[in-house]
Design a binder for this molecule. Structure first.
Ligand code: FE2
Length: 338
């Protein structure tokens, strides 16, 4: 959308010229507003009923079976990403972010968590410091019903904040994606323009779990007829063999949402460990190891869980960002303009 791009470029320019952080709040607000406009337009045009055409891709890693392939990020192509997702269900990329980006994002996550804790603190001293206009944590949006305000405090307790609630970190992250050349790769992957999801983009600074988490496919929460990809980026060294939790994955392509709830899982969206053992005897879950700056791509059919083990004792920083083809976005996840 040329009109939207021009508006966004204009506000970015103002920020670059002045360095005033409030321009980043405006930039965030525009992305949310434009995303909602496109979403409503798609709904009015009956686009939500459409089913995406996924072009079959050849297997770029024929030697990788019952495991997740990996590649240095600089060697990744859109075809390789499609092939790995269609055959192994995920792709690990090494050195996705350089050390400067890792530091800027970790510092930004700390500033966001501090600001959000101050904002919600019942401590009268901290309430005096509370800044409702902070560009590090800003709840007010130009449109309603983009997110559930009640979930913000609950998410904070589990070490998560929606990326778009921090206009500064959101800007840093999208800037780092541009630097990495991610947009053009994803536009090729989707065969159309890429958008972001407000609801599925999260900054994480989490403590190790006290008990195992729930196995799930993110597609179980999303509206149908979508083309998606998630990029999960480790900002701490984590995973198998470290003292910091990563994620467990079923290393297999699934092309449907598996049975959930009841005998299959605790929640209506989760899959029980018993079902995992029963269904995937030949492809048991794997727990990759990441250096800070490594990342993994997967889509809404991938079955995964946050790792749990008493060996994990350290806090973990990470970023989760879901992307959709603008034409085939999950409209219940607040598509947001990139
Ligand atoms: Fe997930």
């Amino acid at each position: 959308m040329q009109r939207f791009d021009e508006k966004i470029a204009e506000v970015k320019r103002l920020y670059e010229q002045t360095g005033h952080l409030h321009h980043l709040v405006r930039l965030r607000n525009l992305r949310v507003k434009f995303g909602q406009q496109l979403s409503r337009r798609a709904e009015a045009n009956g686009k939500l009923e459409g089913k995406p055409d996924i072009k079959p891709a050849k297997n770029p890693f024929p030697d990788v079976e019952n495991d997740i392939p990996e590649v240095p990020y600089q060697d990744m192509t859109a075809d390789m990403l499609s092939g790995a997702i269609q055959h192994q269900g995920a792709l690990i990329v090494r050195d996705f972010f350089p050390p400067e980006a890792i530091k800027a994002l970790r510092d930004g996550i700390d500033a966001t968590f501090d600001e959000s804790a101050n904002y919600f603190s019942g401590d009268s001293k901290k309430l005096e410091d509370r800044d409702a206009n902070s560009p590090w944590f800003r709840l007010d949006l130009p449109v309603k019903d983009v997110y559930d305000k009640g979930s913000v405090v609950f998410m904070m307790m589990t070490g998560s904040v929606w990326t778009f609630l921090s206009p500064v970190v959101c800007h840093r992250l999208l800037g780092a994606f541009e630097q990495a050349g991610l947009r053009s790769t994803l536009d090729q992957y989707f065969e159309g323009r890429t958008c972001l999801s407000f609801n599925k983009s999260v900054l994480r600074r989490m403590e190790p779990l006290k008990e195992p988490s729930e196995w799930h496919q993110d597609g179980a929460f999303m509206s149908g007829g979508i083309k998606s990809v998630n990029l999960w980026i480790a900002l701490s060294d984590c995973g198998a063999g470290t003292d910091c939790p990563g994620m467990d994955f079923v290393p297999k392509r699934l092309d449907k949402i598996m049975p959930t709830g009841g005998e299959h899982g605790v929640f209506k969206w989760s899959v029980s460990p018993h079902s995992i053992d029963k269904w995937f005897k030949d492809t048991p879950p794997v727990t990759p190891t990441y250096k800070a700056g490594d990342a993994i791509f997967f889509d809404h059919y991938n079955l995964h869980a946050t790792s749990y083990s008493p060996d994990y004792t350290k806090q973990r920083y990470a970023l989760e960002t879901w992307f959709f083809a603008e034409e085939f976005a999950a409209h219940n996840q607040s598509p947001t303009y990139w």
